[in-house]
Design a protein around this ligand. Structure first.
Ligand SMILES: Cc1cc2nc3c(=O)[nH]c(=O)nc-3n(C[C@H](O)[C@H](O)[C@H](O)COP(=O)(O)O)c2cc1C
Length: 296
């Protein structure tokens, strides 16, 4: 599988909206994984500059994430067809409209999927690999657990599968491989990397979290998101239980990831997964990768 991604380790740094910017992406790629650039809120000039910054810091393969619900997709996808990158990861939708064009440009397409049904659809589409992402993950999530999902996806499709959700060290990598995965995608553990451009208060909150420290918001909006429990999630869940309308619920969440990134840990959405409870401190990307793959 490492030959498909061209990386030393079967490791994908999961895209982190607004967060996985060039310093983190290049550090992961230099450490032997696949750094993946977020495209959230980027127009083409911003994406072009970010890709140039990654290339200036590493000659290793990297990826660009297309979160297909983002408003900028119609602008960014044509750019990536004419200016190919090594890997594109897709999430929250199907890359059907552009998958072949991206692959024809020489880019590998890796689809993040939440169920066997979607995995089978993506295999029929001809993507190069899958990330089976369980609901332990931070950020936008599906409904199935990593443990149950990964082994059913690997049994159902003849494609390399990376496991995501709840993986932060060698124990998680070994478990993923036991379930039939070729490798892992990791998000939450990279939130607390030295190179990750978020406020120290956000990192401290992730480190302080226990196993029960996360909660899911957005169920009533059909947009489930896992984040750390805080005054915002408490207020949101109270409003949801009281039957607040979609507009006011959206109003509570809009812009809240940006607030978290800027250090407002009470009123921001501190997206993070259940494995946060296992993270004990900030460390350089190289140390986080060494914890995942200590033998090599
Ligand atoms: C803060 C944060 C932001 C995320 N943003 C995205 C995103 O923009 N696109 C995407 O495909 N996945 C996103 N994810 C999911 C990760 O890429 C990855 O699949 C997930 O974090 C893996 O589970 P883990 O958190 O248990 O490691 C995000 C996760 C977090 C924690």
């Amino acid at each position: 599988m490492t030959t498909i991604l061209g990386t030393k380790y079967p490791l994908i740094q999961g895209a982190l909206a607004q967060i996985s910017l060039p310093p983190l992406v290049a550090a992961v790629s230099n450490a032997g994984g696949l750094g993946v650039l977020t495209t959230t809120n980027m127009d083409v000039p911003a994406l072009e500059a970010a890709i140039a910054a990654v290339r200036a810091q590493t000659d290793k393969p990297f990826g660009v994430n297309l979160m297909l619900q983002q408003a900028n997709m119609a602008e960014i996808v044509p750019y990536l067809i004419t200016h190919p990158v090594p890997v594109v990861t897709t999430s929250a939708g199907t890359p059907k409209a552009f998958c072949q064009a991206i692959q024809a440009a020489g880019t590998k397409v890796v689809a993040v999927i939440p169920s066997v049904k979607v995995a089978v659809k993506m295999a029929a589409l001809g993507v190069d690999a899958l990330v089976a992402e369980g609901m332990e993950s931070g950020g936008h999530i599906g409904t199935e657990t990593t443990f149950s999902l990964v082994q059913q996806v690997t049994a159902a499709v003849d494609l390399p599968v990376f496991a995501a959700g709840g993986i932060a060290d060698a124990a998680g990598v070994a478990a993923a491989k036991a379930l039939g995965a070729v490798g892992v995608q990791v998000g939450t553990a990279f939130l607390v990397a030295t190179e990750t451009p978020i406020a120290q208060a956000y990192k401290d909150a992730v480190i302080a979290a226990t196993d029960t420290g996360t909660v899911v918001t957005g169920l009533a909006l059909h947009d489930a998101v896992r984040s750390l429990k805080n005054p915002l999630t408490t207020a949101y869940l109270e409003a949801e239980a009281a039957g607040a309308d979609a507009d006011s619920l959206h109003g509570m969440l809009d812009g809240s990831l940006t607030r978290a990134i800027n250090g407002d840990i009470a009123h921001g959405t501190l997206m993070a997964g259940q494995i946060a409870g296992k993270l004990t401190g900030v460390a350089p990307v190289s140390a986080i990768v060494a914890r995942l793959f200590p033998e090599d």
